[in-house]
Design a protein around this ligand. Sequence first.
Ligand SMILES: Cc1ncc(COP(=O)(O)O)c(C=O)c1O
Length: 378
Amino acid sequence: MKLFDVYPLFPIEPVKAEGSWLWDTEGKKYLDLYGGHAVISIGHNHPHYVDRLKDQLHKISFYSNSVKNSLQEQLAEKIGHVSDYTNYQMFLCNSGAEANENALKLASFVTGRKKIIAFTGAFHGRTSGAVAATDNPKIVAPFNAGHQIEFLPFNELKPLEEKIDSEAAAVIVEGIQGVGGIHVATNDFLELLSKKCQQVGALLILDEIQSGYGRSGKFFAHQHSAIKPDLITTAKGMGNGFPIGGVLIHPAIKPWSGMLGTTFGGNYLACAVALAVLEVIEQEDLMTNASVVGSFCKTELKKFEMVKDVRGTGLMIGFDLPESQTSLRKDLLFKHHIFTGEAKPNTVRLLPSLALKKSEVEILIEALSVEFNKWAHV
Ligand SMILES: Cc1ncc(COP(=O)(O)O)c(C=O)c1O
């Protein structure tokens, strides 16, 4: 059997990883500024993470959600404490799309409404409702297109006043748009959004799947503003590579037995690694590190004339290159052995581990100097 060929692949196979570094089958070493798409939060194979996972494997790895699992309770307690959402409730699942799907479903259950408001440039995942609320018609199948979704322009205030009405079950928005090219939701935008949702009885869903878990320097990116969403979705950095997602749910939303469910969500291994991630984030003060190293990186990037519009918060950074310079990401990878991310048409995205060091940023800056100097002499 062959793999279903949906991913454009780089001809590199990482077989070992540690901190912000990867090694391929030939022993070649790569600096990872992509974090496996914003997933690596505490660094590859952190020893505490490895120990926690190994310990748990020796105890019990799986049963089902029909029995008590106190690791789930410990995890909910810990996320509440680290994120400062102690009075919220947690539903655990396995991925980002699944977290958004459950949040959309919850909003619809609570309000009895169907319509969802989303934004231009949004990416919310590949499942039915999540992909319908994603602003990319190429990945929306006819089956998914039956949902009632209205897209409004991201970061524009006036349409919020005009278009959010009492037909809306929910408004879903990323704290910082990731796939869309690193665009930070402004505080004015989020605050008006929150106010409008309250006025019309719609729920506000903050998709923090890419921008959350300390990446912005605060636990959730929206915490740079004054809002408290009804639902917050999380995944990626939560398990540092182990699949886990979750929905933080406002205390006013009451569950009923069977309202949501999953077989694998909140399993022992996922909870053990997610606890390890939070312990490391706290012990190593990684949110402060993301803020400090992220600011340093942005300051250094802004010094290059070729680099346009450096944006983002903490270690979620994007910058644009001139339209003609399409080879930089490949040059960084194949000549300098540095993994980065991209967004169309010509944005480079940096989504490294939150433990990234300034000395590792300097490696990127040096590689960029070499490449930009070459361009200057073409
Ligand atoms: C903001 C956002 N939401 C949802 C998702 C979907 O997450 P997953 O791929 O885990 O389903 C992603 C993935 O890139 C994302 O960036």
